[in-house]
Design a binder for this molecule. Sequence first.
Ligand code: FAD
Length: 397
Amino acid sequence: MDLRHTEADEDFRRELRTWLDANLPQEMRENAFWADKTDAEQFAVRREWEQGKAKAGFAGIAWPTEYGGRGGTPTMKAIYDEEMAKANAPRTVNPLGLAFLAPTVMVLGTEKQKQEIIKPLLHCETIWCQGFSETGAGSDLAALQMRAEDQGDHYLLNGQKIWTTNAMHGDKIFTLARTSSPEGGTKHAGISMLLVDMKQPGIEARPLKQMTGESEFGEVFYTDALCPKEDILGGEGNGWATAMLLLSFERGSSAIGQYTEFRQQWSDVVEIAQQVERDGRTAAEDPVIRQQLAAALVDLECLKYHSWHVLTQTSQGKDLGFEASMTKMMWSETFRRVSDAYEDVLGTGFQVANPQPGLSVEELTTMAMWSRSCTIWGGSQQVQRTIVAERVLGLPR
Ligand SMILES: Cc1cc2nc3c(=O)[nH]c(=O)nc-3n(C[C@H](O)[C@H](O)[C@H](O)COP(=O)(O)OP(=O)(O)OC[C@H]3O[C@@H](n4cnc5c(N)ncnc54)[C@H](O)[C@@H]3O)c2cc1C
């Protein structure tokens, strides 16, 4: 594991910090700025800011310059994640496209797909959704039912997807559908990954309300929706392999950005614990809470070193493969631990907006609620554990 940065890495950090100082107003770093805006208003502000950042050259940090990236190293990408988290910069509006679709297109896409997909995605001209999950196909993804009927030069799609992040904002969706019947009884066969235009009459998106109050995800209904045949990614019938590659990107990259964000949240929880009274003393003096906070901090430090290990591997060009599941497990469980400590500091009162006079905890409450979803999306913890047991450790079934 290499813990040093090169001079070029540190130059990049300085350049990014200077740009953020000049282009990310203090008010946008504060929760209050976002609090009175609707989902749609927040999305529009974040999109515009991200577009400006891409124009300034701070997008696709480790991607090739010929596709609009910066041509940097995995370490620069980790520095970018760290600095964005430290600055409390707006979250990307295009997470599915940036983190999952683009790396997959880079490996499996045709030259035309690379040219048409990657740069517009970096500049948030096209917002991408992921259409994998269905009501009867989540962990058991190969049980999916969405049908794509061959019509010569295009497919006709019918079915429904659910839990689709950015459903209400998406321009396009990478969708898993059955282009032929499963052969020989294996349900993983006959699936293709289609790149579908969401701005067509055959597609309807409906929001789903989450416990944070947001509608970050929704349902997408396909009724005779069209997809030209050239918009297959990875070849007809190869959807399962394409999806597995994509999911390894979803689960895998270094978690330095997450570490930085959760470490700040841990400090905020400690601050709250020092203010909340219980049994004649502060929560921070309660031995059980102290143990919880200490355990969360230990997990955080393990996450940091794991992230450095992953970064060292990717910097040396090594393929993470199924080990990607370990990163997903580690960061999402660490996040849960920090959130659980917060919930215990406030007790059941954590669920209400103003649990105690003088306490400003709205952001931490949203964090605690959001953390519940992180051990589900991208493949649940139980499923990740099975992957690590079977594919990384080689344990018997
Ligand atoms: C915030 C959020 C955003 C999401 N965004 C998207 C998106 O953009 N696109 C998309 O396609 N999907 C998205 N999802 C869906 C996500 O991928 C699924 O929720 C996830 O794969 C789990 O599927 P499920 O919800 O159907 O649960 P189920 O598969 O029904 O699982 C229910 C429980 O059973 C357990 N379980 C299931 N099978 C096994 C097994 N074999 N062994 C042990 N335990 C098992 C699970 O771990 C879980 O605890 C999102 C989900 C969330 C929460």
